[in-house]
Design a protein around this ligand. Structure first.
Ligand code: CDV
Length: 310
């Protein structure tokens, strides 16, 4: 039986601070329509896809940011039309949003909805970049450590739509542990959304490296874990802050098989043969045969660097 699944990365252009959820959802529904016309069965939307990338703004009282968060279960009244359209089209999707739980916890979250409209999985961002206090040396803030708690769900994977699916969010894509934990559970497609400013505001670095590193980490990780990576940006100038595009679909060889060419709303697609993931998992990256866990303990036993004595 064929294990080919048509996948789409539905990049969004900028979302202005005053743009409504309804408007963002309508833009996503337009991309879903394109996906349907192109025979796509699974669409990946960006990180925090319903709002502007609000961690760039400082608020002393974090509850003043709560209007950027979704409360209660998905779908909310504003997102319901997206769920309904996707179900009507028989398309599954990944959606990133800010989650405020009933007991007051705030997470940078994504969900996976299958092609029947059922929410099959939830992920909460583990690697939160940036800082928690106002930093006057930056042109804009990156306050994810202020507004979110680190995810408490680990890196689960799910059997859905004929494959083994996993999720992560933005900065997670830079960490090899993210993919390795999921690939130890057999992941075949890793989905992620991102918001990446084109300037590194924490240290001087040529701007072109932002796109290079974006692709470098995902191509290397797809190869080393023999899986597909479907990565979707929110891109373009949001309230004066430029976010890179470069949404892409990477196959298990590490090669890119689709790449966005704009920093606007744009759907890219690829037919992903999940058996390509199987091949690497059974040969070069046959973990059961080749991994040497007796030498890897330090990876989970130690967080920071401990250099040898002088
Ligand atoms: N949203 C993010 O996690 N952005 C980070 C930026 C701050 C470097 C990223 O890793 O792309």
């Amino acid at each position: 039986m064929s294990r080919i699944i048509n996948v789409g990365a539905a990049q969004l252009g900028p979302i202005a601070p005053d743009e409504s959820r309804v408007s963002a959802v309508n833009r996503m529904i337009d991309l879903l329509k394109q996906a349907k016309d192109r025979g796509v069965k699974l669409v990946v939307f960006p990180e925090l896809a319903l709002t502007t990338f609000f961690p760039r703004y400082y608020e002393q009282d974090i509850s003043k940011m709560d209007h950027h968060f979704e409360r209660g279960d998905m779908p909310t009244p504003e997102t319901r039309p997206l769920f309904e359209k996707a179900k009507e089209y028989g398309i599954g999707f990944y959606l990133g949003y800010a989650e405020l739980t009933e007991d007051g916890h705030r997470f940078n979250t994504s969900i996976l909805v299958d092609d029947t409209g059922k929410i099959v999985g939830k992920y909460r961002k583990v690697h939160l970049p940036g800082h928690s206090e106002y930093d006057g040396n930056r042109p804009w803030q990156h306050l994810e450590k202020r507004y979110f708690e680190p995810g408490d769900l680990g890196f689960p994977v799910w059997r859905a739509m004929g494959g083994i699916m996993g999720m992560c969010i933005c900065n997670d894509r830079r960490w090899p542990e993210t993919y390795r934990v999921m690939s130890l559970k057999g992941v075949e497609i890793v989905m992620l959304g991102y918001n990446t400013p084109d300037v590194n505001t924490s240290a001087p670095e040529p701007n072109h490296l932002r796109m290079f590193h974006n692709h470098l980490v995902m191509q290397a990780s797809a190869y080393q874990n023999s899986c597909f990576v479907v990565a979707t940006a929110k891109a373009g100038i949001e309230d004066g802050c430029m976010l890179i595009g470069g949404s892409c679909i990477v196959q298990p060889s590490g090669e890119m098989i689709a790449l966005a060419t704009t920093v606007k709303d744009e759907l890219i697609t690829a037919a992903c043969d999940l058996d390509l993931a199987k091949m690497g998992k059974e040969t070069v990256f046959n973990f059961a045969k080749h991994r040497r866990i007796e030498h890897y303990g330090i990876i989970t036993g130690q967080t920071g660097v401990v250099e040898p004595a002088e």
